[in-house]
Design a protein around this ligand. Structure first.
Ligand SMILES: [Zn+2]
Length: 203
């Protein structure tokens, strides 16, 4: 099975000044949801892994988080895509859990659940914690230059925290372009124009 694990904040939705605490505040990065649909059509399952310490700190509750993710699922569905599942760490930074990225617990749960070899998983995101969790998993690593990494440019200087072997893409759409085999060239339209009449072939 082909599995991509995406980050949420900064990758699928722009970073907010503070936590996103309600569905009304959630909006997609332009092109990100269409990129998910293209992944799906290429045979890839997409799962989201996200730290949501605002839960542990009591800034919003699971009902609000579910409403945010229901909106995300609806918008992906509207462009013909599907996020199989959203796995989140609800803990605050001081709770010392095993699932808060950059710890790999959340990503291990996902790859185990889907039965995918860890080195075959594509881990895609814009922040250090997501990529570092992917490195701890032993996955294929992809930085997209949105959100926390909007200042990074493919081919330019790379952030010091970026794990070795990470590939860098301007956007989620560019990542998908690199991952999927190029679409076959469009076939020449058949009989799109009338054939020249006999004796009138242009010479
Ligand atoms: Zn956790």
């Amino acid at each position: 099975m082909k599995l991509a694990i995406l980050d949420r904040d900064g990758t699928l939705n722009p970073l907010a000044d503070d936590y996103i605490t309600s569905a009304d505040e959630w909006m997609a990065v332009p092109g990100a949801l269409e990129a998910i649909a293209r992944l799906n059509h290429g045979g890839w399952h997409v799962v989201v892994a996200t730290n949501q310490p605002g839960l542990g700190r009591g800034l919003f509750d699971v009902v609000a988080l579910n409403a945010i993710h229901a909106k995300m699922h609806r918008q992906v569905s509207a462009v013909g895509g599907r996020i199989d599942a959203v796995f989140y760490c609800p803990h605050a930074a001081d709770e010392e859990c095993a699932c808060r990225k950059p710890a790999p617990g959340l990503l291990e749960q996902i790859s185990d659940r889907y039965g995918v070899e860890r080195h075959e998983v594509q881990v895609v995101g814009s922040c250090a914690a997501h990529l570092q969790a992917g490195a701890a998993l032993g996955a294929q690593l992809h930085l997209v230059c949105t959100g926390q990494s909007a200042h990074v440019h493919p081919g330019g200087p790379l952030p010091a925290w970026l794990p070795p072997g990470s590939r860098v893409h301007a956007s989620l759409g560019d990542f998908v372009d690199q991952l999927l085999p190029p679409a076959p060239a469009a076939a020449a339209p058949m009989a799109a124009a009338p054939l020249p009449a006999s004796g009138d072939a242009g010479f």
